[in-house]
Design a binder for this molecule. Structure first.
Ligand code: COA
Length: 328
């Protein structure tokens, strides 16, 4: 059994439809300058009406399998991190399992919002190290556009759709050196969806009041994220036995450019060693980190042997970071 676990292939998929800040100006009281200045977002991808999260997740998964040179039948576990599942049950992971023909895989969803991919990566590593799985498909997929109140300009300009995936398996050396996760349920009220669960099942009233959509206290989330991103990164670095100076590249959750800039500055990582695509895609929650990681690798920013810090935070509140020595 391998003692190391790493990412052996990655893929991502974005819906084709681009919605710019100027498009949003036409449907709500907002403007391009405000959105760019406060968030860094210039445009985002929005899925067509007939597309659900599993459709994007399956495409990202197929790209990751191709990249890894692994067949769908070789996957023995699928973990899908999402806050926008196709439906309450069955899990989106099971729906993706059918779509890609991963007939030998167990499958489940993982709910840690925007930290979901890092939680799922940590889970995949634990399954492999304990001998319960050999090859795990970790997917972050979201269609958040269908969970937004398009009259709430504080959330509608931020979130968007897309998917990223990683094939995780035993490797000779390097790989996922360490992870660190955390949660603080007392902050759940700062980012949540009120209705649609057992606390507040769907009624005409919940629909009329638009309670089936994301509610966010932006400034509370901003304060929490700015603090936690650095703290959890430092914890993951400490657990890896490395120091900040050993980190070659930072791939953060793409929630807000100001949060990313502040965190990079506090960790003394120059912005040319930080991957940023928020201007193109907005915040895609659990899909944001794997899409960014996939792009950073494919654009040549990350090379074999590099030490990568990936870090995320989100609803829960949750947070997580991983140190990965790139294997490919
Ligand atoms: N367009 C124009 N004006 C807007 C707006 C929009 N889309 N959204 C809010 N405003 C207005 C507000 O109504 C407010 O106006 P007022 O002062 O007249 O009341 C003003 O802009 C400032 O609002 P505020 O919410 O204080 O702005 P902010 O600087 O905190 O920025 C966020 C708002 C959402 C961009 C910012 O708080 C943020 O990014 N937080 C983190 C969110 C996040 O990362 N979420 C995902 C976690 S995974």
């Amino acid at each position: 059994m391998n003692k190391s676990v790493g990412i052996i292939g990655m893929g991502s998929y974005l819906p084709e439809r681009i919605v710019t800040n100027f498009d949003l100006e036409k449907i709500m009281d907002t403007n391009n300058d405000w959105i760019v200045e406060r968030t860094g977002i210039e445009r985002r991808r929005i899925a067509e009406k007939d597309i659900a999260t599993s459709d994007l997740g399956a495409k990202a998964a197929e790209a990751a399998l191709l990249d890894a040179g692994v067949k769908a039948e070789e996957i023995d576990l699928i973990i899908t991190a999402t806050l926008s599942p196709d439906m309450n049950f069955p899990s989106t992971a099971c729906i993706i399992q059918e779509k890609i023909g991963a007939v030998n895989a167990a499958a489940f969803d993982l709910g840690a919002a925007c930290s979901g991919f890092i939680y799922a990566l940590t889970t995949a590593k634990a399954f492999i190290l304990s001998g319960q799985a050999k090859t795990v498909l970790v997917i972050g997929a979201e269609v958040i556009s269908k969970l937004l109140n398009w009259e709430d300009r504080k959330t509608a300009v931020i979130f968007a759709d897309g998917a990223g995936a990683a094939v995780v398996s035993g490797v000779e050396e390097g790989g996922i050196l360490s992870t660190a996760l955390g949660a603080d349920g007392t902050g759940g009220k700062f980012l949540y969806m009120p209705a649609g669960g057992t606390r507040m099942p769907a009624t005409h009233e919940t629909v009329d009041k638009k309670l089936h959509s994301v509610v966010m206290d932006g400034s509370e989330v901003f304060k929490f994220a700015s603090r936690k991103m650095v703290e959890v990164s430092e914890e993951a670095i400490r657990r890896s036995g490395l120091t900040l100076n050993d980190i070659d590249y930072l791939v953060p959750h793409q929630a807000n450019l100001r949060i990313i800039n502040n965190a990079a500055k506090r960790m003394n990582i120059p912005m040319d060693r930080v991957y940023v695509n928020i201007q193109e895609y907005g915040n895609i929650s659990a899909a944001s980190v794997p899409i960014a990681l996939d792009e950073a690798v494919k654009k040549g920013h990350i090379k074999k042997g590099d030490h990568i810090l990936v870090v995320g935070f989100g609803a829960g509140l949750t947070w997580g970071a991983a140190i990965i020595q790139w294997n490919k």
